[in-house]
Each structure stands twice: as structure tokens, then as C-alpha cells.
Design a protein around this ligand. Sequence first.
Ligand code: GLN
Length: 549
Amino acid sequence: MTDILNKKAKFIFITGGVVSSLGKGLASASLASILQCRGFKVRLRKLDPYLNVDPGTMSPYQHGEVYVTDDGTEADLDLGHYERFSGVPAKRTDSITTGKIYQRVIDKERHGDYLGATIQVVPHVTNEIKDFILSDISDEDFVLCEIGGTVGDIEGQPYLEAIRQIAYDLGRERAMFIHVTLLPYIPTAGELKTKPTQHSVKKLQEYGIQPDMLLCRSCCEIPQNEKRKIALFCNIREENVITALDASSIYQVPLAYSHEGMDAQVCKHFGIDNSQPADLSKWQHIVDVLAHPEGTVHIAVVGKYVQLLEAYKSLGEALTHGGIANKYKVKVKWVDSEDVEKDGAAAHLHDVSAVLVPGGFGQRGTNGKIMAIEYAREHNVPFLAICFGMQMAVIETMRHLAGVQNAGTTEFSPDCEPVVGLMTEWDKDGAKQIRHKDGDLGGTMRLGAYECCLSPDSKVAQIYGSQKISERHRHRYEVNLAYEKVLNENGMVVVGKSPDGKLPEIIERPDHPWFIGVQFHPELKSKPFAPHPLFVSFVAAAIKQSRLL
Ligand code: GLN
């Protein structure tokens, strides 16, 4: 506590009310970015009240994509929004869950650290949450902490108590509460309704939290008299009732919020001079390119979680960024790999200019992915494979070109020709990591940033403009280098390896216009202002291909 008193960081807590899925993550990321546009240094944190230690073991259908940080944390996908909008790399200390908090509390209790005390939610759990929020802060001007879930959730209560206490400890001049709500439009009445927002704020007040600002999601403009009503009933300044209209692109949101005066009002809350507007030119540029593309290119993503696009959040964004760099709109055709199995690849892929097979787990739908890869290879369609996709691309070459029908991955069965196998040992920053077949599943994959060395004469070295790169990983299985020679003989070259040469990280087919597979997740590092080179090049290849269609 005394440590934080010596630092300048101001804390902004973002809560949500009325319903879930209001886009609190995007709201937090957007506010952080417009504060940066005023010259401030920001940090973003996510507090997830669920009991899992991290989302790593959750189904993508439950929680969407699992985002991975450089330092190897499996985290909520909102951290992806944070990084994309702010450019600040998220860290282990930026993502907390109730599972992690309880793990720490119980570890301390077992260790005897509480000196015989009875362990309680208040103060022991709440203190742990406070310590987390206040830890690992350097010279940031603002730390934005988003509380997952909706006000009123049982799991969220200790978090609300913890942030209430922080505001009490630091003083309101160093803390601000922003509450994101929904104003539903009732067509029969022709009105936006404010009652759910009033109730949600009342709930927050029950926990001792008086919001300083409301961010009201709405499908249409909020009439001034309604804003006045909300302000009066919720005890908030009228100019701090901010409209958050539905936007056609997430990249319009920072401009829209700033236009509504959000950053100016945040500065005012903290007594910071706000007479100079934020310099939003970089966002304006992105929005202009998105609004006036030189053309549209169609790219298929063949995966098995396509019913829930949240599962491919960063991927969709990275493709958009590749489009921005090429001044093109990328229209993604999300193809269910099981449909490819049923209908054949051509039925789904004949009208696209490039094919991408993303990461994944488990056997369902893999034959469809392999059929899509075969189609892209044979028809010279630009092809990018990510993680599981790369493993499938290797299996495709082994089965269809090297004639090894039984080629497979031990992820599905021990009885295949193990072209892809479980990684049991690898090097992490000079220390050996060891895994066993029956070990825990949580947090035990090869996670986070690893260096990779590229062959000087490869296409990827040209694309990256470097022979040494660092990319983020999340996998348990790895292509078996014992098959490198056979792959080579069949046109597939391993062009990227771990620095010790033991793990293959990138493959390409020199006989194909654009066929690259990577064991890592390049989509996690792409940003609108710094599109990932692989996506820039892939989209450029797709545009070239579209001229042939
Ligand atoms: N299931 C594969 C593995 O664990 C691929 C993982 C992924 O695509 N992220 O290696």
C-alpha cells in the first residue's frame, strides 16, 4: 500500500450492469487508447470473477479465444483488445481470476502465513485482490481495471468490495468508477428505457460504489432529457452520462467515445487540464481506410468453432489488419470443417482467394481441414496454417504426397505414424521444461513467446525482413523432425526452428505461390497500427489471386 502511495498511477475501474456482453473490454481498451492520444501512459488489467485459474482449460464455446501473453499467461480475450488498441504488451500481472486468488490464499494458509487467523472473504480474499490491482505498477498515469461479469453476480462481490476499498484508501482523486450499461429500445413505446440502468446503479451503490461516469450502450442517440434523468436518478453529472452507440467497426469506438467527451471528462474528474483535445489522427486514418477500401478480398477460414466467432477473435482482427495494410476490405468466409467433409472442399472454397486453417484441438473436423489444405495446395490458392493448421498441413503432405496413409498426430491416437507427437521436453529461457502424458492440462502447454530462427533464403525471412523472430505459442504437440527429410522430398521445407534446432516452427512449400504454416499464433501480436507481416503478405497474395478468379 505505501508503495503505491509514492506512485502517480490513477485507477479507473470499469464495471458492467444490466446484461453481459456489453463490450466492457472494448470500452476499456478504447478509453485507454484515447488517454494515450492525450499523451498519458496506460496499463490495462482484467479481473475475472470465475473460479477457473485461467481460461486455458475452458471450451472455446464457453469463453471464446484464449489469449496468450508474451510471458506465457493464458488469459481472457479482452487482453487481446487491450493490446491491439493500446500497443502495451499485456503481462501475467494483468490478468487475475478468482481461481488464482483462492490458490494464493490457500497456499498462504497452508504455509502458516496468516498466523492462526480465521480466513475470510473480507479481508483475506479482498486483500489479495487489492494487492494484485496495486502490484507491478511503475510510472503509468492510468491503470484501467475491468471487472468481468455483471454487477449482482455472486462471484463478483469480493471484487467490488476490493475496488471500493482501494478508492477509500487512495482517495477519490486517484480513483474513478465507470459503469457500462444498456439502454434497451422498446419499439412499441418508441423509447429508450433507463430503468434497468437506474437499478444497476442502485445495486452498485448497495456495495458502496457511486459510479462517476456511465457509459450507456444504445442503438440510437440518447435524448438530452433522458440523459438528464439518468444523471439525476443515478447521482452523476449530466456530462458524465456518455452515449456508446452501436458501431459498424470496433475501430470507430475510440473516435466515438472521444467525440462524446469521455476522455475530457475523465481528465476533469482527476483535475487534469483537458483544454487540449486528444490527437486522434491515427484512429482517423484506420477508420478512413476501412471506410474507403480499394477493393474486397474473400478469404476462407476453415475451422471447427465457426459457430462462435469469439473463438477466433484475434484471427479475425489480424486479417482485418492485413486488409488495412493493403487498403483492402477482407471478407472472411467462416467455413465449418465438418461441412467440408460432407460437401467436398471445392463446394466451399471455389469462390475465395485464400484459405486459412487456424489453431484447434481434438479430432472432430480434422478430415475437412486436411481436404481444405489439399485443395489449396493443388489449386495454388494462397494458404496460411496456424498451429494445429500447420500440423494438419504436414499430415496432408505425408498422407497424400509421401504415401504414408497412417500419418497422424498422437493427440488423437497412439496407433498412427507419429508425424506430430507430444512434446515432452523443451527449452525455456535456458531451463528445461518437462511434461508427461498424464500430467495436468491447465497451464502446461508450451506457452508464450519463444524465439525462432529462419532460413535466410526462405519466403518467411523475406516477409519478416529478419532471420530471428519471436512469436507466441500455445500447443502441446509438435511436428516430429524425424520426418523432415521425407517432407523435404515432397516439397515441404522446414524454414523456421527453435534456436537449439530441435523444434520445427515454420514450414513452406517453395513450389506453391504462397503456402506457409506456423506453429505459433501470429494473430496474437497483430495490431491495427502494426499489422503482422505474415497477415500483410498473406492478404497481398490473396488480392493477387483474386485478380485470377
Ligand atoms: N492441439 C494442438 C497442440 O496442442 C494445436 C494447438 C493449437 O492449435 N493451439 O499442439
